[in-house]
Write a protein that binds this ligand. Sequence first.
Ligand code: HEC
Ligand code: HEC
Length: 195
Amino acid sequence: MKSSILLGCLLALTSMYSFANDKAIQSGQELATAKGCAGCHGMDGNSMAPTFPSLAGQHVEFLVEQLQHYRSGYRVNPMMQPMATGLSDKEIYDLASFYAAQPMKTTGNAAAVDAETLKHGSAQAYVQKCTACHGEEGIAGTPQYPNIKGQHAMYIVQQLQAYRSGSRLNTLMQSQAAGLDDKTINALAAYFSTR
Ligand code: HEC
Ligand code: HEC
């Protein structure tokens, strides 16, 4: 008897949670169209342009954090800062929930980089360093570490260069990128974009 009451409560809580979550996803989808995000990031968060990151299937926590960073000016980008400036915390959460719930397609686009360079041994060693945080095949098990599987190669190259030059701030990634030469960056981007 007691256990069936407990089970009932648990089911009610779970359905309340998924209802709230569904509402966030739906509101996020409406916002993505209304705010013009879809124009650059794709209707379902899989972007077509190699310098516009795909957001589909990314961790909610990571998307929320990055939008807050653009809004505060900590992450500098002339396209994204004006987009994020007017967003409320709830809008950021809803948008992140929507994109996180979309199926990720492998966009890859490794044509932009020289995949052959991956054969160069040191890049293989780097792949193993990266997967320690970003997970096997670029799917990260920890929500603060972004998934990089299937991300556009050109976007990955730009971000690694930005960490290396210090124009994108993050202690972990700045130290990871510090020692990478352009050839290794290209090889890593080709590798992760085509997983
Ligand atoms: C004009 C094109 C454009 C529009 C419109 C746009 N974005 Fe972006 N977005 C970009 C570009 C370019 C980047 C990468 C910028 C950089 O290098 O920091 C980006 C980056 C992001 C990131 C970080 C992704 C990551 O993997 O680090 C998020 C999250 C994001 N956009 C969400 C949004 C949302 C939500 C909207 C609508 C409110 C939006 N964007 C509208 C072009 C756009
Ligand atoms: C110690 C953990 C760790 C290691 C090792 C690591 N990363 Fe990261 N990476 C992170 C974190 C945390 C972020 C998010 C940083 C931020 O907020 O800008 C990130 C961000 C990134 C991004 C930007 C993703 C996006 O969507 O904006 C790319 C690309 C990336 N890492 C590639 C790599 C590559 C390639 C390697 C191997 C050379 C690597 N990382 C090693 C933790 C790590």
